[in-house]
Design a protein around this ligand. Structure first.
Ligand code: AHR
Length: 517
């Protein structure tokens, strides 16, 4: 991997040192049979890693930190506003070492374990199956369970499903004895995680066989219907997808994929201290998820032309060096306007693949990697990424409206030899739901403003209901415990409809959402 970053050539919008205003036209292409953007594309991920669960979500009933049945009240409220559709748990790499029986029954009697993947921290199992499912219930979230395949048995996985979903029988009785008579609903079941790596170092052929065996014993109890997700490829490993599609086929409902915005695993760079070159480089890497998804989808199309098996991007996001002075195994990082840009560009990309891409889970929901919230004792801050997710809530479940965008772009180098990446100055996405059209726009330029026109007649809307902008003085700005509101959305006033056209003045380095009726 190359360490030095070079901007190869700059086209139209640039690091020229003075600001220009660029005209961009966007043409909506609404279709008669639109594809729905699955709400689950806005999914989240919570692992037993660092302070994601402990301190981030769970503090326990006896904590002095205000809580609802042990869950931090501030976090519960923040998550409520995000309308989180689905939450993946308990890992990640942790999932393949997690033994669910350690996390049920009276908390003081639960055994401890060493979390070998994540800093060797001692896990006390006080947050287990009941705590997770009750949390999801509290917030109306669909649980997504990652079952242990790497170091767990088929029986262990089968009994876990029974414990959670059966109405009667030994597992149901045990659950009731632990305080929960009614079964929970469990839809999403992941069979292993990163099975090519921390989940067991399988080859795709070996894992296909393992998957077929485990999924056989993942039963549907009493009307519960499992949606089974096979552990998928990392980034550019197209062979993994090919082998799984060939050898497993419709025994899976979904096949996962992981893609992180990181280009040098030895030195991932600082979350808050970066140059304009690194900023553009980051966007280039983040946007490359487009071609990666596209290639995996092409392979899936070959085996499954009728689109029965979904692509599930169940880990994505930025991955920086940990904050100085924090445990390197806890993956705690700050979150700037650059992360917000990555979030918005990624979500804009995901919408385009809504036909095959039915869920994504950003890593992770609290205090780990590209988080929604950061907590410190009784304090919590909402990250710029949180604000993007909140601004994008109206897109959940919306009808996708393809857009033709005549944006200038910049070409940047990549760590992959002889390979360049293109960054559009303007990225946008649009959806329609119940007659309301939401258009989200990103201006990636650090220097140039844009004037954007969008004809809206074909969208059958003529009024702006509301609009919001997320921007900040510096792209490296972030929220911390002494300045929690440095980066936050404000009302956006530079948009109007005139002569059937939406006219927008989009400032540099900004993200805007406009709701039209
Ligand atoms: O999200 C952090 C880790 O990244 C997950 O545990 C693992 O699946 C991935 O490598």
């Amino acid at each position: 991997m190359r360490n030095s970053l070079t901007i190869l050539c700059l086209l139209i919008f640039s690091l020229s040192g003075y600001s220009k205003t660029i005209q961009v036209e966007i043409k909506p292409m609404p279709s008669e049979n639109p594809v729905v953007v699955a709400p689950e594309i806005y999914g989240q991920f919570a692992e037993h890693l660092g302070r994601c669960i402990y301190g981030g979500i769970w503090v326990g009933e006896d904590s002095e930190i205000p809580n609802i049945n042990g869950y931090r009240s501030d976090v519960v409220e923040a998550f409520r506003d995000l309308k989180i559709p689905v939450l993946r748990w308990p890992g990640g790499c942790f999932a393949d070492e997690y033994h669910w029986r350690d996390g049920i029954g009276p908390r003081e009697k639960r055994p401890t374990m060493v979390n070998s993947n994540w800093g060797g921290t001692v896990e006390d199992n006080s947050f287990g199956t009941h705590e997770f499912f009750n949390f999801c219930e509290l917030l109306g979230i669909e649980p997504y369970l990652s079952a242990n395949v790497g170091s767990g048995t088929v029986e262990e996985m089968a009994k876990w499903v029974e414990y959670i979903t059966a109405v009667d029988g030994p597992m149901a009785k045990e659950r009731a004895a632990n305080g929960r008579k009614e079964p929970w609903k469990l839809k999403y079941l992941g069979i292993g995680n990163e099975s090519w790596g921390c989940g067991g170092n399988f080859t795709p052929e070996e894992y296909s066989n393992v998957y077929r065996r485990y999924q056989t014993f993942a039963r549907d109890f009493d009307g519960n219907r499992l949606y089974k997700i096979a552990s998928g490829a990392s980034d550019y490993d197209y062979n993994w997808t090919d082998v799984l599609m060939k050898n497993v086929g419709r025994r899976m409902n979904g096949l996962s994929l992981h893609y992180y915005t990181v280009w040098n695993w030895n030195d991932k760079g600082a979350a808050t201290n970066f140059t304009p070159e690194t900023y553009y480089y980051t966007l280039g890497k983040a946007l490359e998820v487009d071609s990666v998804i596209n290639r995996h989808v092409e392979i899936m199309d070959k085996y499954d032309p009728n689109n029965r098996i979904a692509l599930i991007l169940d880990e994505w996001g930025t991955w920086w060096n940990v904050e100085p002075g924090t445990n390197p195994g806890h993956l705690y990082q700050q979150n700037t306007m650059r992360d917000a840009m990555v979030a918005a560009l990624s979500l804009n990309t995901f919408h385009k693949y809504a036909e095959r891409l039915k869920m994504t889970n950003i890593a992770q929901v609290a205090n780990v990697l590209q988080s929604m919230v950061l907590t410190q004792d009784d304090k919590m801050v909402l990250t710029p990424t949180y604000h993007v997710f909140k601004m994008y809530v109206p897109h959940q479940g919306g009808n996708f409206i393809p857009l033709e965008i005549n944006s200038p772009f910049m070409t940047v180098a990549s760590e992959r030899k002889d390979f360049e990446r293109k960054i559009p100055m303007i990225s946008a996405t649009a959806t329609e739901k119940n007659g309301e059209v939401n258009i989200s726009l990103v201006n990636t330029s650090l220097e140039d403003n844009a004037t954007i026109t969008i004809p809206v007649k074909a969208l059958k809307v003529n009024k702006i209901r509301e609009s919001a902008i997320l921007t900040s003085e510096k792209i490296s700005d972030y929220n911390d415990f002494s300045n929690a509101d440095k980066v936050k959305p404000t009302q956006f006033k530079d948009a109007k409809i005139k002569d059937g056209k939406l006219e927008i003045s989009l400032p540099k380095a900004s993200i805007v959402n406009i709701s039209l009726v």
